[in-house]
Ligand binder design. Structure first.
Ligand SMILES: *[C@@H]1O[C@H](CO)[C@@H](O)[C@H](O)[C@H]1NC(C)=O
Ligand SMILES: *[C@@H]1O[C@H](CO)[C@@H](O)[C@H](O)[C@H]1NC(C)=O
Ligand SMILES: *[C@@H]1O[C@H](CO)[C@@H](O)[C@H](O)[C@H]1NC(C)=O
Ligand SMILES: *[C@@H]1O[C@H](CO)[C@@H](O)[C@H](O)[C@H]1NC(C)=O
Length: 458
């Protein structure tokens, strides 16, 4: 595409952006180490960058042509480091990329991941391209891609060129046992939402950080505030002195096991378990499933579903003491949770009903201590899992991953360019909720600060 054509087809705000970045590229790439300040001042020399907004503007966009060019596509090699340290869980990026530390990542390795992937994501010169391979469940893939696009808006030009394969399902795909001996040298790098001690999937934040419209779970930034407010409604000591769980029990043996503790007439195990009927809930407008209204008990149970469960962050953020049934899977942040500090561990291989009952009894005997554990869990989520750090985790993971690539990422013939406009503007009226969540979770302004500083490997 000729530059002239592209210019003709972009909106005024994009025009503004392009001018800004052309100017910026000329001026700063070579000389100025302070990348972020340069962007900010170039975009708006007078206003503080926090006030520069680039909202979604669908009005004059010719979507048959191309996405707006808002990214300069140049990476500044010289970097200062941020005084803000990343949360401890960021350290696990080193661990997740360990299989490729000595070999690097070849094109062949990436291609081997294709059989597992729902889509391939390519970033070239700050623009994102998606090649779709198979349907993902609901809108998991849509909101995952959306999240990556927002990262590109947050740190324009800072995300290096890369190619990656992404799997949006529940189960882990890259098993350690299949990649031993000689095969350990050709592990396909596959991005996914969780892994466990038996698998090598690369852990990436799940789609719920940008929203889960099918279940009316709003973008995380909004939800985090709602949970904080919701926690003020009932003080810990006024909450029901039982352990609460609500969910779908039919997705795992563990959950079916848990449900056996629900025999209030015979034996009170101090638990209050409810089966979540999402179909009924959706018909009733989700009025009984608001997360911030589920912080009514002193204790909340977390138990895995098929693999990891996105519910963990909502449960931990309740100020109630979390009774965490020992998990097999981790998502990106759970690996730095500390038992007895952030949660009370429950061992499923023991007598789960008895152990839950004892934990609740202990908490009711030692209310101050139980309350403290509950609050520490919430604080962990509120502080370490705010969206800024989620984006920084993604930033560091993608940057470290890109460093390992031994080939030049190219735009595959079957790929289409993805940007916030092509995704959100094209939603028709039936998909209003998807669009609403997208607009709500959209990054409207580049960040005027460096990403947090990553901790060194263990
Ligand atoms: C969106 O773009 C159109 C056409 O360029 C412009 O007239 C309008 O003011 C823009 N709206 C916003 C909210 O920026
Ligand atoms: C978009 O651009 C294409 C190609 O230049 C052109 O054929 C089409 O008429 C344009 N559509 C609108 C709505 O401007
Ligand atoms: C759970 O209990 C079993 C049997 O008592 C024990 O072997 C195992 O190590 C325990 N697991 C954890 C995570 O404490
Ligand atoms: C809680 O206190 C009661 C009454 O003092 C005692 O019988 C029970 O063993 C205690 N339970 C736990 C788990 O601390």
């Amino acid at each position: 595409m000729s530059p002239g054509k592209r210019w003709a087809s972009t909106t005024i705000f994009v025009f503004f952006f392009v001018i800004g970045f052309v100017y910026w590229i000329d001026k700063s790439v070579i000389t100025d180490a302070n990348f972020f300040r340069t962007i900010a001042t170039t975009i708006s020399p007078k206003k503080s960058p926090a006030h520069v907004e680039f909202p979604l503007n669908c009005s004059n966009l010719n979507l048959t042509i191309t996405c707006p060019t808002i990214h300069p596509g140049t990476i500044n090699k010289k970097e200062e480091s941020s005084p803000v340290a990343c949360p401890a869980y960021t350290r696990w990026i080193h661990e997740d990329l360990q299989p490729w530390k000595s070999t690097g990542i070849t094109r062949d390795m990436v291609e081997r991941g294709r059989v597992h992937a729902n889509f391939r994501l390519v970033i070239v010169k700050g623009k994102a391209y998606v090649e779709k391979y198979s349907e993902a469940f609901q809108t998991r893939d849509v909101f995952t891609i959306w999240g990556i696009l927002q990262l590109l808006r947050l740190y324009p030009g800072k995300i290096p060129d890369l190619e990656l394969m992404f799997w949006c399902g529940d189960s882990t795909r890259i098993k350690k046992r299949d990649h031993q001996g000689l095969k350990a040298k050709s592990v396909p790098p596959l991005f996914h939402y969780c892994n466990d001690d038996e698998s090598l999937d690369i852990v990436f934040p799940d789609w719920t950080f940008w929203g889960w419209p099918e279940l009316d779970i709003k973008p995380w930034r909004t939800t985090l505030v709602a949970l904080k407010e919701g926690n003020k409604r009932i003080k810990w000591k006024d909450r029901k002195p039982y352990a609460f769980w609500k969910g779908n029990p039919y997705v795992s043996k563990k959950r079916e096991e848990l449900l056996k503790c629900n025999v209030p007439n015979k034996n009170d195990w101090n638990v209050r378990l409810y089966i979540q009927d999402w179909i009924k809930e959706s018909k009733q407008g989700f009025k009984n499933s608001k997360l911030e209204e589920q912080c009514t008990h002193r204790y909340k149970i977390y138990i895995e579903g098929w693999t990891w469960s996105v519910s963990e962050k909502y449960i931990l953020a309740c100020n109630s003491m979390t009774l965490l049934v020992n998990p097999q899977y981790h998502d990106f942040f759970t690996r730095s949770l500390v038992p007895m500090q952030h949660y009370w561990p429950i061992n499923i291989t023991n007598n789960i009903c008895r152990d839950l009952k004892l934990a609740v009894e202990w908490g009711n005997n030692h209310t101050d201590k139980a309350q403290k554990i509950g609050e520490a869990g919430s604080k962990f989520i509120q502080e370490n899992l705010k969206m800024d750090f989620v984006y920084d985790y993604m930033f560091h993971l993608l940057s470290e991953y890109a460093k390992l690539l031994k080939f030049e990422p190219t735009i595959p013939p079957g790929a289409h360019e993805a940007c916030s406009e092509t995704m959100a503007c094209l939603m028709d009226d039936k998909l209003w909720k998807i669009k609403k969540f997208m607009v709500e979770s959209m990054v409207k302004t580049p960040r005027d600060a460096l990403p947090c500083t990553m901790p060194p490997p263990l």
